[in-house]
Design a binder for this molecule. Structure first.
Ligand code: HEM
Length: 131
């Protein structure tokens, strides 16, 4: 099965956090064009981070309850990423207010934060499968 891709996972995670912060800042006060590009990059990076977390997680055994707690934030968080993108496109088309987009973004970021914290937790309380 080889070794877990821990280094690419951590690098993509750091990139994702940076891009999400950049998306937040450009959304509030940046040029619209840049905000849309950065946001698309942030959501793609988040997708890649989730994929790599799955791959690395395959090398671990997680206790049931912490895993359930983590998934209860991670699954709605991933779905809210899609809702955020849709609401952003609707803002561009003048079919959604900036205020609504901002509220959706807030919920999305809260879920990402909760999923990330509990994500670290499950690795902490879990154990590596023997290679
Ligand atoms: C494909 C995804 C997205 C699209 C198409 C999009 C589009 C937009 C647009 C058109 C605006 C209005 C900007 C302006 O009037 O200058 C906006 C505002 C904003 N966006 Fe996004 N966005 C997306 C994702 C995100 C993400 C991922 C975040 C946060 C991490 C975010 C945070 C914000 C914030 C905080 C505002 C300001 C809201 C306000 O005025 O209260 N957006 N977005």
């Amino acid at each position: 099965m080889g070794h877990p891709p821990v280094v690419p996972f951590v690098l993509v995670l750091v990139l994702t956090v940076g891009l999400l912060i950049f998306a937040l800042v450009t959304g509030i006060r940046g040029p619209r064009n840049l905000h849309v590009k950065v946001s698309c990059a942030a959501l793609l990076a988040l997708g890649l981070a989730i994929y790599l977390a799955e791959v690395v997680g395959g090398f671990w055994v997680f206790p049931k309850i912490p895993l359930r707690v983590h998934l209860s934030f991670a699954i709605p968080g991933a779905l809210m990423g899609l809702v955020t993108a849709v609401s952003g496109v609707l803002v561009l088309k003048d079919r959604c207010s900036r205020r609504t987009h901002r509220r959706i973004v807030s919920l999305f970021l809260l879920l990402v934060l909760a999923a990330s914290t509990t994500g670290v937790w499950i690795f902490w309380v879990g154990r590596a499968k023997p290679l």
